[in-house]
Design a protein around this ligand. Structure first.
Ligand SMILES: [Zn+2]
Length: 235
């Protein structure tokens, strides 16, 4: 039996896994096994190994030295670093698109915005987090620059995982901001599109509350130190 006739193709499996991860059916940190995945998709373990290797390359799965595989769970610090890089790259992406707007097709992007609206109306947060992440990747894909696409695949995936872990709001990306960015690109207004993208990324970072954790840890540490102080003073 040919491999292509058995079970599902690598591409299909990859897409299904990404959906499961970003819709939180397999949350950040979840452990995966080759055996279970091979059985689920009715394919060989070799096929699954290739899918896992590719997702690990994109930073979405993490392979440990023990052989175990986990869904990546970026720390707050990592999320902050990822957003620093996205702030460098994404305003440039929308500028490139605005410059080339006359030769680009925005049909897919418009259809995508409609899907985001539908998920938002339905209150389907998992689907919305996945879709809003994919929006940023679609912008990179529209540039046709393979290096940018590769970089953004990893950057957006890991920020999506951080959103699932830390975001406080219901919206993965604030409503309307994507649409405003697309409108500016279509109008060939690169500088407005870039400014909106920066504002948008700031918004995402604020929603991630990346500054919360250290503050809590420090105050906890001070409380603990105070208790120690009192204990030793009393003894
Ligand atoms: Zn967004």
């Amino acid at each position: 039996m040919k491999k292509s006739q058995r079970g599902q193709s690598e591409q299909v499996i990859r897409t299904r896994l990404l959906q499961a991860i970003f819709e939180q059916r397999m949350p950040p940190g979840a452990r995966l096994t080759e055996e279970a995945l091979a059985a689920t998709f009715d394919v060989s373990r070799t096929t699954i190994r290739q899918v896992i290797a590719r997702l690990a390359q994109d930073g979405i799965l993490v392979k440990l030295s023990t052989g175990a595989t986990h869904v990546a769970a970026p720390s707050r610090r990592e999320a902050q670093q990822l957003l620093v890089v996205r702030r460098m790259i994404e305003p440039e992406i929308v500028k490139i698109l605005a410059e080339n707007a006359a030769t680009l097709s925005f049909t897919e992007l418009s259809a995508h915005l409609a899907l985001e609206d539908r998920a938002r109306r339905a209150g389907d947060r998992g689907t919305l987090v996945r879709l809003t992440g994919e929006f940023h990747l679609q912008l990179a894909q529209l540039t046709g620059n393979k290096v940018l696409i590769r970089l953004m695949t990893e950057l957006q995936a890991l920020v999506c995982l951080a959103i699932l872990l830390y975001a406080s709001g219901d919206d993965a990306c604030p409503p309307d901001e994507h649409r405003k960015i697309v409108t500016a690109i279509k109008k060939k207004d690169g500088s407005s599109a870039a400014a909106m993208m920066l504002h948008h990324l700031d918004h995402i970072e604020r929603d991630l509350r990346l500054d919360d954790k250290p503050t809590v840890e420090i105050s906890e540490a001070l409380t603990w130190l105070g208790q120690r102080q009192r204990t030793s003073a009393g003894s």
